[in-house]
Design a protein around this ligand. Sequence first.
Ligand code: FCB
Length: 492
Amino acid sequence: MDRRQFLTSSAALAAGAALPRAVFAEAQAQFPKDFLWGMATAAYQVEGAWKEDGKGESIWDRWTHTVGKIRGAGTGDVACDHYHLYPQDIALLKQLNQKSYRFSVSWARIQPTGRGAVNQKGIDHYKRVMDVLQEASIRPFCTLYHWDLPQGLEDLGGWPNRDLAGYFAEYAGILAKHLGDRIQVWAPFNMPWTFTNLGYGVGALPPARSNYADFLKAAHTVNLAQGEAFRAIKAASSVATVGSAYGMCPAYPKTNSEADKAATARYHAMNNLFFLETAMHGRYPKAFVGETPYATMGFRAGDEKIMQVPLDWVGFHYYTRRFVSAAEPSRGAAGGGLATETLDTGLAGNDLTQFAAEMPTQGPITDGGLEIWPSSIYDLVMQISHEYNFPTIEITESGCGYLDGPYAADGGRIPDQRRIDFFRSELAELARAIQDGAKVRAFHAWSALDNFEWNDGYTQRYGLTYVDYRDQKRTVKDSGRWYGEVAAAGRV
Ligand code: FCB
């Protein structure tokens, strides 16, 4: 059996069945010459070193240290030890021809309780990381907040407390002041709808409150914080550009009924636009059946001006899609998928939004539990392009969870053909959007490394590089090699 035949047969074995042709079309695509190929990680998922160099406790430290919350009792205490191993991880990115690295800063390393004095050791750490990236000619893309709120701020009430907008702006200003010479690309929040809704409205993520009013308040604070951070970053660094890292899910009406179409529009407004429309136009999109509940949200006169900031570019993730239907008040509904994405509908909130979103199963399902539907990235990118006058777009995350491990009989290589199929088909759809006029300048594969997958702990593997958590050994998967070649050639 030659290498090619082996690859094909091992993929078929792994997949258990042939992958549907309609989903994985033989794809070929050319990308613009200066396209930025990248990979992404997030502080809590990879860094480890959870109490080193003066770092404070975050809500994720508290949550994972609570028995019964995480599959396999995983914690981010050590994770991929990226806090110490970043030089070798960045060397790997370079070896794979990457041009952009999206990472996040741990707020509790910079301000251990979320406010007050700066922890210089935290700043120095990220300075060193930036220096190594610069040396490797890799563009740093900095996310300020990827869910790891300092516990000290949760103790003050967390995101529903409007004061957090000011604390966040202070933190953003500190980062831009100390790292603004090294970083030009900033995104305040990763998936704001997810962490406000699942953290405060539904209770699936820390701090695990299930109170829809708290979600509404948290979301409004985050919108204010986004605007304030935008201004703080720009004030501290003249070269800074500020965008976003929203978690978007293209939505399709389940039936042709007017009611389902209207529900789909509400879902789109809530899941995809709730933090974008506010920035771009200083107003909330129409996510509710009736009036926007301004009073419950704690909206004050003049807030529209605080929220409105012309993002320099729009960043969003794409993983999977949703079918949406109109729901009776309080019916509630769940879509399958990532632990972090399971519930799309706030329970009591359903009285206000009245949509039910489900994940279709027409395409193959990954080990991570998400349906693969490559053409939806085309739909999403075109929809956002049309709705926001063709902004510059960065795909901030996309990827798939598959559990393929080292194959001893073949030198320990990791044959993850299904991940290659996923990226190949998806990138072809992305290239088609670019041909049709979308201004997409970057794509970040999730993830550079297998890592701590939130409530799923270490039971999911999204990496293009395999991590053996027993000795922190990294092994580039077949998909990583393949993606490295795509990055070098600029085509699929
Ligand atoms: C996204 C998150 C990221 C990771 C991937 C699999 O929703 O932003 O941290 O968990 O899903």
